[in-house]
Design a protein around this ligand. Structure first.
Ligand SMILES: [Zn+2]
Length: 303
């Protein structure tokens, strides 16, 4: 698999993690309304509530965390960011231009990490050998750090979706708090210095996107909206995403922010139908690199 991220995995750790994470089960059910998420998540379920079944599971979890920590220490020393072509830095992107026969698409998940759903989505992606991009909410990551670590450890890309997921106007100082604090926590937990930002609600004019652009983040929007936050049936969700899918497209879904059982139910169908159409799945930085390569090829043929 091509890997455009600017770091290389210690292979043994990666393989062991894949094997181990298959045996992890985060059987949490969190009855929490969407409203409560956007207003206050201080009552979110603590991960100490996760049931550990017997000593074996506990030892596996400890081993997994030890491996993650050792990798994250290495990553931190290197201060890793995603490799983003210059033209995509500090700009707003909702898709990339690829040749119509370049059937490549990027799945993105917002508002996590969230108990139950993030882990289920990670399982589905792993089973399908797909890497995607997660835009995390800082305070959720603070509540569920091990899910954030798992996202990165399993090869997915992590982006910034602010600390609070608020929609109001932010002055420079408030925007800095929302974005810097989230990126700092991502770095602290995973060793990744993310340079990808997605504004809550896709709002581009409330001070957040402007701050992010000033800091050279790519503001990542989308070209296909699943509208999964309205909890449509899995089949409606699947056909809606498929209808909007196109080469170079970016699909918006949610692993957090409320009950995401419909997203979890639809995801395997979405993946298999795209695959039937000849699509493959990439992360956001990989998508940007593909456009660079495509254009270089066109330039070369013209010479
Ligand atoms: Zn969001």
């Amino acid at each position: 698999m091509e890997n455009n991220k600017s770091f290389v995995w210690p292979q043994g750790i990666l393989l062991a993690l894949i094997a181990l994470s298959g045996s992890l089960s985060l059987g949490l059910i969190v009855p929490m309304s969407l409203k409560s998420f956007y207003v206050d998540t201080t009552n979110a379920v603590d991960l100490k509530d996760i049931e550990i079944k017997g000593g074996a599971q506990e030892r596996l979890n400890q081993l997994k965390l030890a491996m993650l920590t050792s990798w994250q220490q290495q990553a931190r020393v290197k201060g890793l960011s995603y490799s983003i072509p210059a033209r995509f830095q500090g700009v707003i992107v909702n898709r990339v231009k690829l040749a119509p026969n370049q059937k490549v698409i990027a799945l993105t998940f917002d508002d996590g990490p969230w108990p139950e759903y993030t882990a289920k989505i990670l399982n589905i992606l792993r089973e399908n050998n797909i890497q995607s991009t997660f835009f995390v909410v800082g305070q959720m990551l603070n509540n569920h750090p091990e899910l954030g670590k798992q996202i990165v450890a399993e090869g997915h890309v992590i982006g910034n979706h602010t600390w609070h997921h608020w929609y109001h106007f932010f002055n420079q100082q408030a925007a800095a708090f929302e974005i810097d604090r989230t990126s700092d926590l991502i770095y602290e937990l995973t060793g990744v210095r993310t340079n990808l930002f997605r504004p809550p609600g896709g709002m581009l004019h409330n001070g957040l996107a402007a701050y992010a652009r000033g800091k050279k983040y790519t503001v990542v929007m989308w070209s296909a909206d699943s509208v999964d936050y309205r909890s449509p049936s899995a089949s409606v969700l699947t056909s809606r995403v498929l209808k909007q899918g196109s080469p170079g497209g970016i699909v918006l879904m949610h692993d957090g922010g409320g009950n995401r059982s419909h997203t979890v139910a639809a995801l395997p169908q979405i993946i298999s139908k795209f695959k039937q159409q000849g699509y493959r799945f990439v992360t956001i930085p990989e998508l940007f690199e593909l456009q660079e390569k495509d254009e270089k090829m066109i330039a070369n043929t013209k010479k």
